[in-house]
Write a protein that binds this ligand. Structure first.
Ligand SMILES: [Fe+2]
Length: 456
């Protein structure tokens, strides 16, 4: 949806996200403007989207028991309860506090508890200790969500400042990011549980598997980045030109069977295949396989933790939960490399199809194809694809002014870009220009590998 089309003064035509400009002074609705804006289709669409996204978060919690909501298995991951509260805090802090007249915080202490990393907002509870917050209770957090929802619906019922609408839209895309994190963080926590909890079962794949082949893409000067016609995060723009070398890109993702060949060829024991930092990480962490893989010695087969419990590694599914270091080492072993993000975006089809959160599988799937013709498979969904590109700002990029400028820009150091989307990404969250980013050692996200190679 594009809520900006009826609000050209919002700055959305800049090609940046709806927040890509300094927050305007609050313009609380006046008592004279009390006509509901039901006739405004764009704002009605925003309300529908709000209802849908907020509801989706709570649907994701339906398989959880109260005991599950507080689990935090490592500093980088957060408890489900914290995700529920933090996404709500975002609307309270960046929408209601600035734009809702007479709004009173649900609990003033929550700003300290549920601020993630916004220095401009104030001090915050340490991220590694989010699992210690037994209070507020799960019930109180759901009441917090209901309180904020009611206030946002009231705000949306009347003429609203375009910037408030922009921030609501940003808050919804932010919440979709946290829907994915809620699942990946829960999976990491449950991976430590020897009884292997089941979030949701899925059926094994069946059907013919697509063959891997190389598809050539010509080089030259190309334009990449968001074009400003709909929502995007600020880091996806400005659209700009880059020179791309001609290359070949693999038609599908690397499978478990192919990655197993790398393991069996002593891929985790050969330092010549690894970047120095990757080798040090491997040694320190004693890595010998993707995260969640377990070797069953009695049968010499691999099992892995899934959202459906402990399952045998399926050979045709895309390899998943590998770090940038592993993706890079595998590519070197395979005589290939990772695509740059400009190559990936140039080659990717604009259509957004694939195995997403809404499919309810919560696990990557083998690509099914009756023949080996056609475009790239698995461009979106299944697993995020590591690229060779460090996460930096595009030419002309400047973070927005104010606290929301901290959303993306300050993380443009020591991370790599991933493209596509995963099996736990909401479909409406995926975009051809989307730039996900994680440190090179991170592997608890649904991250995998697509190979590229230079043209001779
Ligand atoms: Fe967040």
């Amino acid at each position: 949806m594009d809520i900006h089309q009826t609000s050209p003064a919002s700055g959305a035509s800049s090609g940046q996200s709806g927040i890509a400009h300094a927050p305007v002074a609050p313009t609380h609705r006046s008592g004279a403007n009390t006509t509901p804006r039901a006739e405004e289709p764009s704002f009605a669409a925003l309300e529908n989207l709000y209802r849908s996204v907020r509801g989706q978060t709570q649907v994701l919690c339906e398989p959880l028991e109260t005991d599950d909501y507080m689990l935090q298995s490592m500093p980088e991951a957060s408890p489900a309860k914290w995700h529920l509260a933090h996404t709500t805090w975002f609307f309270e802090t960046f929408v209601l506090a600035d734009y809702a007249r007479h709004y009173r915080p649900f609990d003033p202490r929550f700003s300290f508890l549920f601020n993630s990393y916004y220095e401009a907002v104030g001090e915050r509870w340490p991220r590694p200790q989010r699992g210690l917050l037994s209070r507020p209770t799960v019930g109180e957090v759901f009441r917090y969500r209901a309180h904020i929802d009611e206030a946002v619906y009231e705000l949306m019922a009347y003429p609203m400042d375009p910037e408030a609408a922009n921030r609501i839209l940003l808050g919804l895309h932010h919440e979709q990011q946290h829907q994915e994190l809620l699942v990946t963080d829960l999976k990491h926590a449950w991976s430590s549980n020897p009884i292997h909890p089941v979030y949701r079962p899925y059926k094994p794949d069946d059907g013919a598997r697509a063959l891997a082949r190389w598809i050539g893409f010509g080089g030259g000067l190309v334009s990449i980045g968001h074009d400003g016609s709909a929502f995007a995060f600020d880091n996806e723009g400005p659209r700009h030109r880059e020179f791309v070398d001609a290359c070949e890109i693999a038609s599908r993702l690397v499978t478990n069977a192919e990655y197993q060949e790398f393991i069996e060829d002593r891929g985790y024991e050969r330092p010549e295949l690894w970047l120095s930092d990757g080798w040090a990480t491997l040694r320190a962490g004693r890595w010998d396989a993707p995260l969640y893989w377990q070797r069953e010695e009695a049968c010499s087969r691999w099992l892995n933790v899934t959202m459906a419990g402990l399952r045998e590694v399926a050979p045709d599914e895309p390899v998943c939960h590998v770090s940038f270091f592993e993706a890079d080492a595998y590519a070197r072993w395979a005589g290939a490399r990772l695509p740059t993000e400009a190559q990936w975006e140039t080659a990717a089809d604009a259509a957004i199809t694939g195995n997403f959160l809404e499919g309810g599988r919560f696990h990557p799937a083998a690509t099914i194809a009756a023949d080996d013709r056609g475009p790239l498979h698995q461009v979106n969904g299944d697993v995020w694809q590591w690229t060779a590109s460090p996460y930096v700002g595009y030419p002309g990029y400047n973070p927005p002014a104010g606290a929301l400028g901290e959303y993306n820009g300050k993380f443009m150091c020591n991370q790599f870009v991933l493209r596509g989307a995963s099996c736990v990404t909401p479909r409406s969250h995926a975009r051809r220009t989307y730039r996900n980013f994680f440190p090179p050692e991170a592997r608890w996200q649904f991250s995998g590998i697509r190979l590229a190679r230079d043209c001779a």
